[in-house]
Write a protein that binds this ligand. Sequence first.
Ligand code: NAP
Length: 268
Amino acid sequence: MESKPLGRTGERVPVIGMGTYALGNAAGEERREEIRALQKGIELGMTFIDTAEVYGHGKSEILVGQAIADRRDDVFLATKVAPEHFGYDDVIQSCDASLQRLGVKFVDLYQLHWPSGKIPIQQTMKAMEELVGTGKTRYVGVSNFSVEETREAQESLPRSELVSNQVRYSLTSRSIELDLLPFCDREKLTVIAYSPLDTGSIPKTIPKDMLEKYEMTPAQLMLNWVTYPESVITIPKAGKISHIEENARAVDIRISQRDYEALSRRFE
Ligand code: NAP
C-alpha cells in the first residue's frame, strides 16, 4: 500500500484507509462480516481506521474495538469528538469514553468533528493539548474546517501541531479545490478525504476507455483520482469484503497526469 507523510510529523500513513460510518449497528452474521471486512482491510494495508463518538452513538467505535482487539499495533486509529463536547472537561471525558469503547489506551489521531459556533477553539485545543500531554492521543486533527477555521485551530495549539483536516472530497465534490486544498498543501496538513465514493452513489459516467486502460473498477478509479494530490489520503467505507479487496488495490498503479487532468475536467 502506498503511504504519505502525516502532516509534518515524519510518520507515514496509508493512502487508502477505512471509514466506519454506519458500521456496528447490525447484529449476527452481518456484524461478523463487518468485523471480518475491517480485519481483511488491515491485512491488505488499509491500516488507517477512522471512526467517531457520534457514529451509531458509539456503536462504530465498539465494533472497531472488537475488530482491532488483537492487532492494535498494526493500526493507525483515528476518532472524533463532537462539537457539543468541545468544553474543556467534556473533551477529556469524551476521549476517555472513546478509549473505553475502542478498548485501547490511546488513539493516534483525535479530531474535532465540526467547528463549534459556541465554544472558543482556544478552550477546546487546550484540552486537546492536555490529551497529547497525557498520551491519550498522539496527534490532533480537525474536520470540516474552512481555511480561516483551520488557521485559528493551528494558532490555538502552541505546544503541538495540527496534522490534518478531514473534509468531503471526491471526483464530484470539488469545493475544497478553491482554497482549502491549496492551503493544506502549503501548510503541509494532510487532507483526509471523506465520502470519496459519493457515499456509494458512484457516477455512471466514468469513461469506460479509462477503466479498461488501467483495468480498474469505477470505485478504484475514484480512489486513485482523489489521492492524486500530494496532501490527500482517503477513507472509503466498506462493510463488504469484496469492496474492501477492491479498494485496497485502487492505487496499485497510478493513472497518468494526463488522464488525471482529463478526468478532473470531465467532472468539474
Ligand atoms: P463513501 O466511503 O464514499 O461510500 C461508502 C459506500 O460505498 C458504502 O455504501 C459502501 O458499500 C460503498 N462501497 C465501498 N467500496 C465500494 C466499491 N469498491 N464498489 C462499490 N461500492 C463501494 O462514504 P462515507 O461512508 O460517507 O465516507 C467514508 C468515511 O468518511 C465514513 O465512513 C466516515 O468514517 C468518514 N466521514 C466523515 C465525515 C465527517 O464529517 N468528518 C462525514 C462523512 C463521512 P458497503 O458498505 O456495502 O461495502
